[in-house]
Design a protein around this ligand. Structure first.
Ligand code: MN
Length: 201
């Protein structure tokens, strides 16, 4: 895609994100700034909203494709976690840490629980499927290089019982570890802060 087409695509895909938020009330970013580019960023944000959840985000072009994972990720391939696809977020959201005011959409504290880069592993008939098409097809395999999470993960669209439902799970590889508690180190991968430290600011 040319730069201009990518920008237009990002703008229209962020319409739902913007419609839900009042940017005079929240410090969440309204857009992807010109020039922000990380290649293949992934981020998992711990979000203490009305229900605590983990937002799993993958950079595709200039937006973050996003899923809300109520229980967060697991390193045990037998544990498949519900991941509900939500609206695309701006690329700059990957750095957002702070508190969304009460009463605003998603009100509550957000921590960058993990971040890093990902590599697309999705293949069909032995050929690599571009990440955008893999998401459209509902079958995604990626390798995460994060501070907390490493290794292969799959995201599979189940559609049932809800159209937006996917499953997130660890694939079998040398990074599989059924015993490691990924939630033990509960500090920001970006700033080292705890949820309560972020909430106080
Ligand atoms: Mn959220």
């Amino acid at each position: 895609m040319s730069g201009r087409r990518v920008k237009t695509a990002a703008r229209s895909s962020l319409r739902r994100y913007r419609a839900k938020r009042n940017f005079r009330q929240t410090r969440e970013p309204a857009r992807s700034r010109r020039g922000s580019s990380y290649g293949s960023l992934f981020v998992i944000q711990k979000h203490d909203a009305s229900h605590l959840h983990y937002d799993f985000r993958l950079q595709v072009d200039r937006v973050l494709k996003s899923w809300a994972v109520p229980k967060g990720p697991s390193l045990d391939p037998k544990v498949k976690r519900l991941a509900v696809q939500v609206e695309d977020h701006p690329l700059d959201y990957g750095h957002f840490e702070g508190t969304i005011p009460k009463g605003e959409y998603g009100g509550g504290t957000v921590m960058v629980w993990d971040t890093g880069t990902y590599r697309n592993l999705t293949k069909a008939s032995g050929k690599l499927v571009p990440i955008k098409r893999a998401i459209e097809a509902g079958r995604v395999s990626i390798w995460l290089n994060g501070w907390k999470l490493q290794g292969g993960f799959a995201l599979i669209h189940t559609k049932r019982p809800q159209e937006r439902n996917w499953l997130l799970f660890k694939m079998n590889d040398e990074k599989t570890d059924a015993r490691r508690d990924v939630f033990k180190a509960d500090k920001s991968a970006l700033t080292g802060r705890t949820m309560s430290q972020i909430a106080k600011e």
